[in-house]
Structure formats: C-alpha cells, structure tokens
Design a protein around this ligand. Sequence first.
Ligand code: AMP
Length: 594
Amino acid sequence: MDFSIIVDTFEQMERTSSRLALTDYLVSLLRKTPTDIIDRVIYLIQGKLRPDYEGVELGLAEKMAIRAISLCTGLDVESIEQIYRKTGDLGDTAGEVMKSKNQTTLLAEKMTVERVYLTLDKIAHSGGTGSQDAKLRLVSSLLSDATPRESRYIMKFIMGTLRLGIADYTVIDALALAFTGDKSYRQILENAYNVSSDLGTVAKLLAIKGLESLRLLEITLYKPVRPMLAERVRSAEEAMVRMKGQSLAAEYKLDGERIQVHKGKEKVELFSRRLEKITHHYPDVAEAIQKLIKTNETILEAEVVAINAQTDEFLPFQELMHRRRKYGIKEAIEEYPVVINIFDVLYIDGDDKTSLPYLQRRKLIEKATKGLKNEKVRLVPQAIVKKTEDLEKLMAVAIEHGCEGLMIKQLTSSYRAGARGFAWIKLKREYRSDLADTLDLVIVGALYGRGRRVGKYGALLLAAYDSKADMFRSTCKVGTGFTDLHLEHFYKNLEDTRITHRHPRVDTGMQMDLWFEPKIVIEVSASEITLSPSHTAGINSIRENYGLALRFPKFTGKIRVDKNPEDATEVEELISMYKRQMRSIKNTRALPKS
Ligand code: AMP
C-alpha cells in the first residue's frame, strides 16, 4: 500500500475539527487498506507501533532526529535547529527542509506503508551500545526516499507529535462502518476491545475473519483487560437506594493506584489503569505476588498504596507517586514502601472468571490469599452490609484508616470490562470545599501568565468528558491552587501536547491563548456549580444555550496520572451534581425560620 494514501488522509484529518468528518476519512482509509496490514495502519494512525501495553517505544533522541534530517538533506545541523525553533515541531521542520532538497532520485525505493512500518519497528527494536547510530541510519535511509509530505509525517510519528485527534471510540465507529456498513455493530467491537485492549488485533480479526470471530475473543494472560468503572453517589442512603435495598459489599476505597496483575509461571506483569506496563515501577510488588499468590496463571485487580512502614498506616496518593520514576527505583522501594490490596479476579488457569457473580469472585481471591496477614500482598477489607447505618459506620472507619471512602459493589454483578455502571459505586469522603466532591477534569487550553506568572501559564481551561458524544466540554478556567513547582511541571508537560487550534474533541465557547490535546487530568474542588453561557459541559440540559460551570475552582494538587482523559468526571455526573445542589438549596430554603 502506498504510504502517500495515509499521508493524504492525515492531511485531510489535520484540517478538520469535526468528529464526523474524522470518522468518514478513517472509513475511506480503512476501505482502501489491504486486510493483511490493517493492524499496522490502525497503530500508525494512533501514533504507535503496537498496543500500549507492550510499551514499544522508538527511543530516538531529538538530537539524532535532527542529524538524520541533516544527513539526508545535506543541510547543516545548526540551520535545521534554527528552522525547528521557528516551527516548534520536528515533523514540520523535516517537511520544510526536504522541500528544498533535490527531488528523490528515480532509483529511490518506493515508499510503502509496509516499508515505513518495518523500518520504524527496527528503530524501536535496536537497543544496546551503538543503537542510536543504528537508529540514525534507519531514519535517514527512510527520509532519503521520502517526499517532503511523507517526511513530515514520518518525523511527527517518530517524535510522538502526530496529533490527529483520533480516539479509540472513533476508530471503533470507523471499523464498524467500514466492515459491516452499520454502526450498530460497534458494541461487538467494543467488547472485543475491552478484553484485548488491542485495536489492531480487533481490526485484523474483523477484516479477515468477520464479526463472529470477535465474539470468540478471550481474555489472555499478559494482555490487560479494560477495567470496570464505578458510578458515584453522595451519601450512604443514596447508595442503598441504588442497590435497591439489597445486601451489598462495601470495600475500602484505597487512595492509591489501580493495578492489573498478570501472574504466570515464569513472570508477573503489572498494568496501570491506562493499560501501560508498569512492572518496572513496582518490582517489589511483582516479586511478592510471585511468592505469595498460590494459583498458577492468574489475572487480579488491586490497588497499590503507599504505607508508613512504622505504623502500617495508609498514606495518600501523592506519596505513592514517588514510585513513578525512571531511575533510583531501588532507593524508592526503601523510601516509599507500598502494599498491594487485591479486590478482584478475572482469570485463573485458563478460565475466564469475569462472568461469575461478585461473591464467587471474592471467594476465589480469599482462597488465593489465604493465610496472608499484613504482608505486602493483602486482601482489600470488605464487609457485607444491609442497613444504611452500618454503611455509614463503615465509611467512618474507612476514612479513619486513611481511605478515600468506600467502593460499594453489587453481590450478584459480573465483572463488566470497560463499563461504568451502578454495579460498582464510589462513595467518597466529604471535602472541605462546599461541593461535596472533587472533580477530575482534563486540561484542554490555557491563557498566558501575567505578572509573577509571565513565561508560564496563567489559567488552565478544564473540561469534563461527554461519553455519549466522545467529546470534552469545558466547565471552568482554573488559576488557583498551583505552587511554582506545579506551574513549572505543567509548563513542561503541556508543551508536549500543544496544538495550534482547538482540538476536534474539545467543545467550548471560551477563547484561549493556547490549546492542548486532551491528555492530562487534574483534580479540582469548587464551591458550587452555576449556569454559564460560555462553558459547554451539560449545555441545554438545564437551560437552553447554557452549560454548567464551576464557581471558585481550585487545583487540589493532585495530577491524576493514573487516569485517561476518558476517565475524567463525566458531563452526566456534573449534571446530576448540579441537580442535587439545587435540590438541597431548595430544601434549606423550605426549612421554617427559627
Ligand atoms: P475514581 O478514581 O475516584 O474514579 O475511583 C475509582 C478507583 O478507585 C479505581 O479505579 C481504583 O483505582 C480505586 N479503588 C480503590 N479501592 C478500590 C476497591 N476496593 N475496588 C475498586 N476500586 C478501588
């Protein structure tokens, strides 16, 4: 397949801010793609070489990329760096520089998708001493045969700056349309994605073997399953109502990081909630699992939490984040000890356990952790509760033990991969702010800083997630709660996601100086929710042409590195928070004056 077909599509995509148009371009690209390379095309449009959980990275230093451009154009490094400073993107730089080089020779090898992918794969897999030189040779050989337009995208891909705004859901829609002609089959594709976390494989199966083969896709060891998610309630009473007065399981909601544990005979792999492989952050946890869990092949879900080794008390999430580092892991293991608390099981020795009811799955993990007490591997504390008062009591105990609150689980519910619903309910502690709960919102834009903040960002534009439309809709600008350290951190990290225009998945009426890809999730508190003519979260749901905005939003200091943008607070949650707030205001007003 000619690489230029992909380049044409990318150019069209870059010019649009409409999700529908993105889907259409994708459908027509997929229809033109030979089935045997459809997985590779899916990965390429998502800016990766393999599914996230494999952790394959190109690992080419920026300096080397500049040298590669220099090598195949003959232009010196300094001049290239000058252009780079102007464009701010090495892909755009390569495109521009290549325009002025002599046209590719007639003898040049044809640029096919196969060749581009294979070369990129070789770049990712060359390691050890001299690997940067090997990578350099591979990139420059590719660029020498590429047209300027092709070079632009090859370089963007290599540097991780290909920002087309294509979400997993858009790919799923496009696949359903391209291969079944009917978007209503998307659910089957989504289920297959939920158990495999690999859209390339889903696409290939669908294209070659058809829809039925997707139904047969099974949970596999070392391939993470997309996690089941919880809805939230505000009070123990509301939780009881949601559970229809039935007995329920109340577990501690620990304030740590969710981990999916894949234990085989030889090795243990750990995956984050975002499905990245993170075994290297917690080698001590992997070792403890191998030693202490009795079953052979097992997939478990658990929360890793930092503890005070002296008192065995749970410590807050921020403490655990010290373990998310590249170097000095050994020291960090000593300095920031953690324990892993198991709360679910998805698979044991070839058997998928997700369709079993909660209570049976709980019995299986009790068996697998039998005899363990206060060791590194633990079972999450749990009680079966029938009355609201008991739930309230348990909530107080959990908070006293350093938890965020309770996770309330329906006893009969199966494990629903990738789904959010009321089978799991989170009941979090009341915060000091007036709104009962904090919100996790996505940074989508910013204003330049003034005064003390010149050269940094002044305020950040935050958005909630609208899962029905797969869009991010703005709900506030936040400028308080940031320390200088935070500001520097944001400046560095957001630069990598900067784009020249509003992202196609972002919807707002606000004018901003800068726009970002929706990637980074932060936690904010606020005093109340108000109607707003310029924010678009929940627009028209309460009043026509009005969205919902947060009043006095404040950054809590928590950057939710464990959350994907799609895991942010949903617009629907915001709407119900607003309605609850209005009800309680009404109730207070209705109280007789004393
Ligand atoms: P939130 O991050 O506020 O949306 O709450 C959901 C998260 O709570 C999950 O992704 C887990 O990381 C965490 N969690 C803590 N304790 C539990 C538990 N017992 N069961 C399920 N999730 C838990």
